[in-house]
Design a protein around this ligand. Sequence first.
Ligand code: MN
Ligand code: MN
Length: 288
Amino acid sequence: MSTDIDLSVHPLTQDPTKAWEKFKQTQKSIKIQPPIPKGPVADDKVRIVCMSDTHSKISLMKFDVPLGDIFIHAGDFTSCGGLEEVIDFNNWLGTLPHKYKIVIAGNHELSFDPTFTQHTNINDIPTLGFEQDLIKNAVQQKNIKNYLTNCIYLEDSMTECFGLKIYGSPWQPEYGGWAFNIPRGQSCLDKWNLIPAGIDVLVTHSPPLGHGDDCCSGVRAGCVELLLSVQNRIKPKYHVFGHVHEGYGITTDGKIIYINASSCDLRYLPVNHPIVFDIALPKGQEKK
Ligand code: MN
Ligand code: MN
């Protein structure tokens, strides 16, 4: 694992809004709208289709998922990780024709986080508008990951598709006490330090600071250490995430492409189209 650059916790880590005010004096987050790839994929490229935050609302989608070679879902595919929800999602994944389907969990997948399935006092879980019964059912599931049979599930782990290295991580800075929540600062940095440098596509549930992280409330929700790690050490070609629904879209800092692929909007309606891009195959790699 490459740790050629040793990052430390930024002094403004607890105040991402203020941190971005400072960061943006020396770097940019430019909204871009690259042309949507259509027609056949070139022989030396693969097409990647990204979604996130579908929250068990796939039946309400008014569009088809575009064809491609790799499908990525960046977490929050359920409302609370209930068994029925996971089974429905897995069945839907089974209908997609993409050769590789990559999925990570988000803070809504309570049943995927051992903190909830092993230690939680059921009465301590905030309801956030959901039925307590649903949540109770979700956190009592054992080995829920075994129900995701139609995808590659990544959790602090990497897979290789067509020679492209894709890494997935569900963690986010604390928000509402749901799954995979960790304090800002060192705890987050420790998770990002698990990500190897030089991967092609990074998939996290939460956005980095400054990209797809501006909330309607006016605050930035992104992780300072995630941005610093991505820019200075990991350097992926693409960073795909979701979590901040209103941050849907594509941005760049001039080097890395950041994709907030949130399908649901603030009202939890799946109105945002999947984001599609073509990426060059590694040299010498053939698409079979
Ligand atoms: Mn969400
Ligand atoms: Mn989320």
